[in-house]
Design a binder for this molecule. Structure first.
Ligand code: ADP
Ligand code: MG
Length: 695
């Protein structure tokens, strides 16, 4: 039977793969010496063997490999490969038709060829693994070879030559090693029902496949499912664990079909896109149970659709993802909004800044059990959310090293890691939706945002939109909101108790908190648009944006800077998303108008100098407004003046007198003074006396 198979293979190679084989021989490299066979080719030529590959993979792969070695040996004269190199050739099968979900793997799949899709969560360093150990008898010098197949190193103690148990030593030079790596594969989050935790499976990767994938990549792993008996403290357990011995890896390109969209769906999607009020409808379909926040919901709906990612001719890239930050008092439904968006986004991940997972937000390198002493690189939420939305709650409580790496994620959309033997750059192309609570509980409009939420201005300036959500008593609004929240509760209660179809009041109430577009359909609509629509700015839209930008910046040299090029980028991205919402290939003036309203609303909240009421982006970017900077400048000069007349020391009493003379606002000056002290610009020599540190 096996011989017969071998004949088939030689014939198969000759007929269909001779060109590939000669290419491999020609370009033989240490990290690339495998023949890749399309399973579909095999299925057409010999369905029996194709079936057998799935059922008894070890046997089929073995005979295919043997045949390949024979085939190449026969043309050896022309190849220039050594016998060892020929022996090391591999056969890898790709495009297996039936894929299996990690959670559906069962005992009956053990020893079968499986094909599993997933996202790479962890990889270990690549290290050599022994596959053939050569031992030498310490007494007579007799050598024996042992093939190492399982998980444990097999040693020998009996010498065939001495005919007794003797000590042996391993001869490294004669033993054979291959590169090896362990990978952990995780299910796609978008395929899970809400609330399900993704499951994982470990994969053992050898030879020229080792080191080929990075955490965060979406792949198909093909290989043989194996099991091994678990051991707890050296005692064998009744339970077995499974892993995959990898035969081949297919790296998925971006933009693959993530959500099944049927022909009927597509028809319905195109139909809905014609609705003239589609943008408003979508915005209203976001978290209808949460009262108010119309602008924020519009912004979030734009984030779901995203701008267009661009590769420019000079090699640079512009992100399309829209980053949004919600800052606000506790209990204003920030977390609720984040969860709703993660659910709606075709690929969304929700995490909290204070989450304790080992990989955190970006990525980590650790030495743990998984790697058996090797370093392991593990992807965090932002890497796993590739091409989706990562909602990060409680950003104010993030670890400081993570805060630092966020800069790179938000602009370059990569995560670089250099630790121990591991240096890697992982992709992290996701839109960030952050939420942060002010340090002191309530938001203070007169304090710089940066210090209130423990985030540097450099990071804040990378958000396309920032909104402040405050909880201020307001009779009318409070009443409406209370009614709205109570209505949600009421509907929820009614649906659990005596729901009757003819209950008019209830139906009316349900309507008011039911999304106009059902979430499942909206998710498909979003996925369809993101995959198919790449809108272009019209001339009129370009002019409109230009006008807005120049008019905002036309204050004269001495005035505050109201916006920068960053906001211009943001405007374009948002306008693209707006066009995508109606599945339009052009960005119209209307799109620009719509997003200008949102941008202005955001700037009014975070980009206005509260003292003058003027737009001043430095409030956000630098953390101080121009009026504050001007006042601090005057203040420092007054201190200098007093130091000159008073032996290098200024008294606070004298300073306050001078401040009043100059007509400065005493309260604001006191606030500025405490900032200067905090930042170490003023040193207090003794109570009530101080001096400037850098003159
Ligand atoms: P935060 O994360 O801002 O502290 P949460 O998202 O945890 O707040 O919300 C607290 C509770 O208040 C939730 O049950 C939420 O539904 C409710 N809530 C707050 N504001 C609103 C609102 N505008 N409409 C409906 N529910 C609200
Ligand atoms: Mg919260």
């Amino acid at each position: 039977m096996i011989e017969l198979n071998e004949e088939f293979w030689i014939d198969f190679y000759q007929q269909y793969y001779s060109i590939e084989i000669s290419k491999i021989i020609e370009n033989y490299k240490k990290d690339d010496h495998s023949l890749i066979i399309d399973y579909k080719d095999l299925l057409i030529r010999n369905p029996d063997i194709a079936d057998k590959l799935i059922d008894s993979p070890s046997e089929v792969i073995h005979s295919a490999k043997k045949a390949l070695i024979n085939y190449v040996q026969n043309i050896k004269e022309t190849t220039g490969l050594t016998d060892d190199e020929i022996d090391n050739l591999n056969i890898r099968f790709i495009n297996i038709i039936n894929k299996i979900n990690i959670r559906d793997i069962r005992g009956t799949d053990i020893s079968k060829f499986v094909s599993i899709e997933g996202i790479v969560k962890k990889v270990t360093e690549v290290r050599p693994k022994i596959i053939t150990a050569v031992f030498r008898c310490k007494l007579c010098g007799f050598t024996s070879e042992i093939n190492q197949k399982g998980n444990k190193f097999i040693e020998i103690s009996y010498c065939e030559n001495c005919k007794k148990n003797v000590p042996f030593e391993l001869i490294y030079e004669k033993s054979r090693f291959v590169d090896a790596q362990k990978i952990r594969l995780e299910e796609y989050s978008e395929r899970l029902k809400s609330g399900e935790q993704p499951q994982t499976i470990d994969v053992s990767v050898d030879d020229d496949l080792a080191g080929k994938v990075l955490p965060g990549e979406r792949v198909v792993i093909n290989g043989v499912l194996k099991s091994y008996q678990k051991e707890v403290h050296g005692i064998k357990s009744l339970f077995f664990d499974i892993y995959v011995v990898c035969n081949s890896i297919e790296v998925k390109e971006r933009d693959f079909e993530e959500i099944n969209i049927s022909k009927e769906d597509e028809k319905e999607i195109l139909e809905l896109s014609k609705d003239p009020l589609i943008n408003e409808k979508i915005a209203r379909s976001i978290a209808p149970s949460i009262y108010g926040y119309e602008t924020i919901k519009s912004a979030l709906s734009l984030q779901l659709f995203s701008g267009v990612r661009k590769n420019l001719p000079d090699g640079s890239k512009i992100r399309g993802d829209i980053h949004i930050l919600l800052i606000g008092d506790p209990g204003v439904a920030k977390s609720q909004l984040l969860k709703y968006i993660t659910d709606l986004s075709p690929k969304g991940i929700y995490t909290s800044g204070k989450s304790v997972t080992s990989a955190g937000l970006t990525a980590t390198a650790v030495k743990d059990d998984f790697g058996d002493g090797r370093w392991t690189l593990e992807a965090g939420a932002l890497v796993l959310a590739d091409d989706g939305i990562a909602a990060v709650d409680e950003m104010d409580k993030m670890r400081s090293d993570e805060r630092t790496s966020l800069h790179e994620v938000m602009e370059q959309q990569t995560v670089s890691i250099a630790k121990a033997g591991i240096t890697a750059t992982l992709k992290a192309r996701c839109a960030l939706l952050g939420a942060a609570n002010p340090k002191l509980g309530r938001f203070d409009p007169y304090e710089p945002i940066a210090t209130q939420i423990n985030m540097p201005p450099t990071l804040l300036s990378r958000f396309d939109l920032i909104f402040i959500m405050t909880d201020r008593p307001n009779k009318e609004q409070d009443l409406a909101m209370a009614e709205h929240i109570l209505r949600s509760h009421y509907v929820g209660e009614m649906q659990r108790s005596r729901f009757k179809d003819d209950d008019k009041e209830l139906i009316e109430n349900i309507k008011r908190i039911e999304p106009e577009i059902p979430p499942n359909f909206l998710r498909k609509y979003i996925a369809y648009s993101r995959d198919n629509i790449f809108p272009v700015l019209t001339k009129e839209a370009i002019n409109k944006i230009k006008d807005f930008y120049t008019s905002m910046r036309s204050g004269g040299e001495d005035s505050p800077i109201p916006i920068t090029a960053r906001q211009l980028d943001a405007l374009v991205r948002l306008a693209e998303a707006s066009a995508r919402m109606r599945l339009s290939n052009t960005i119209s003036v209307k799109d620009v108008d719509r997003v200008l309203k949102i941008v202005e609303e955001s700037l009014k909240q975070v980009g206005v100098d509260q003292e003058t009421g003027k737009f001043d982006i430095d409030v956000l970017m630098v953390g101080t407004s121009k009026s504050q900077r001007d006042r601090i400048w005057v203040l420092k000069n007054l201190i200098k003046e007093l130091m000159n007349t008073g032996d290098g020391i200024a008294s606070e009493l004298d300073l306050m007198d001078r401040v009043k003379e100059e007509g400065l606002d005493v309260e604001k000056v006191e606030r500025d003074l405490s900032i200067l002290k905090r930042d170490g610009e003023i040193a207090e020599i003794r109570p009530g006396y101080f001096k400037l540190v850098n003159i």
